[in-house]
Ligand binder design. Structure first.
Ligand code: ADP
Ligand code: MG
Length: 140
């Protein structure tokens, strides 16, 4: 399996409930290594840029407001097949559809407040990592 890097966010709903450690433990247990991590506060422009692909969706403004509502933790995860591995441990976007043992099943509050973000492809992982980290920030 290819060694990959992917991008993860622990969203404001989970940071607010002090779940950084429990979520990170689930990522690590899934075979992912945290190779860069920082706690930040997004502003509205940055959130809108990050979620530009959803700018025509009805939930866009609410999503951007939510993502700016409190601190988040942005991380680079490394591992075999990291993009899909992270998506698997995250669970379905809608927590009502998420499988047992996934982060969203365990922690998500709603379809919007679903505790984590993860890149959906290797190409997007590269783009999303570059929004927040330089190559020097990432220590394998
Ligand atoms: P994922 O985060 O699983 O890749 P999407 O890229 O489709 O999901 O959506 C980005 C984020 O937008 C979701 O994680 C969720 O926070 C929010 N979202 C998606 N669909 C809806 C919706 N129908 N109503 C409210 N929020 C949504
Ligand atoms: Mg997505």
């Amino acid at each position: 399996m290819p060694l990959e890097r992917t991008f993860s966010i622990i969203k404001p709903d989970a940071v607010e409930r002090n779940k950084i450690g429990e979520i990170t433990a689930m990522l690590e247990a899934a075979g992912l290594r945290i190779v860069a991590s920082k706690r930040i506060l997004l502003n509205h422009d940055k959130a809108a840029e990050f979620y530009a692909v959803h700018s025509d969706k009805p939930f866009f403004k609410s999503l951007c407001d939510f993502m700016c509502s409190g601190p988040i933790v942005v991380q680079v995860l490394e591992g075999d097949n990291a993009v899909q591995r992270n998506r698997d441990v995250m669970g379905a976007t809608n927590p009502e559809e998420a499988s047992e043992g996934t982060i969203r099943k365990e922690f998500a509050l709603s379809l919007e407040k679903n505790s984590v973000h993860g890149s959906d492809s290797l190409k997007n992982a590269e783009i999303e990592i570059s929004h927040f980290f330089t190559q020097e920030d990432i220590i394998s």
